[in-house]
Design a protein around this ligand. Sequence first.
Ligand code: AMP
Ligand code: ZN
Ligand code: FE
Ligand code: FE
Length: 279
Amino acid sequence: MDLHAHTNLSDGVLTPRALVAAAAGAGVDVLAVTDHDTTAGVPEALDAAAEVGLRVIPGMEISAHHGERDLHLLAFFDRSALERLDGWQEARRRSRRARLEEILTRLDALGAPVDREAVFGGLGPRQSAGRPHVARALVAAGHVPDFPAAFDRFLAKGQPAYVADRGPTAAEAIALVHDLGGLAVVAHPRYDDLDAVLEELAALGLDGIEAYHASHEPAEAAHFDRRARGLGLLVTGGSDYHGGSPDDPTGGAARLGDVALPPEDWARFDAALASRGGP
Ligand code: AMP
Ligand code: ZN
Ligand code: FE
Ligand code: FE
């Protein structure tokens, strides 16, 4: 199983149909489709999954913040929740594009101008825009040698073209997910340095921790698995696959289905999802 993967409805490379085919080819039996702030790819993934006998869990990776910290919350839903998310997603789509406009204005001032068309021209109407789309344009324009350099020089937090994403607070995001009958799981906690705030997130109603992630070493995964147990939280695992390209937090190391989530953790998660069962 693999509970974290992206399609080209956000910053992944593959269409939802192609992602499902790749997952089936890799022997994955259960796949959560978790694009950034959108479930727009889920219906196509569900259709494709029915054809190849794979189970798709509708999901989304919400960009949120908690105090000074940015964090990503994986939301897992029953498909009946999807239509109730339309308004929220439309607002987030607009806000994400406005943020990219601000980033492009900064890049102009920094002497690394990027043609708006190169960023926005390739985006579909329902696609969730993100910094990776700017990073690819920076590479194409020759301002940086490769994708990681775009983050290191310009786009990462603390770099000169960084603009904060004014998404929901963690408390708001968790409440939204619960209102829709879903489960809220904090993604890649080491990558976002969240160990010190897991108690606070648990107090807000967090359901689980993604202890197993392509960017976590085995010892880190074991650490977060223990933390989850100590807090009475679920444990999940995902590859964070973006299409096998070098442009993801794992540098393209993520392999679909390459997740060491223990079977008992998966069983607890699956039972919890079934017992929520939608709005
Ligand atoms: P955004 O949604 O605009 O905040 O962009 C977040 C996405 O950018 C992440 O999901 C990754 O795919 C990618 N990303 C963020 N930081 C880095 C980094 N330092 N190096 C490479 N990719 C990154
Ligand atoms: Zn991403
Ligand atoms: Fe993430
Ligand atoms: Fe992700």
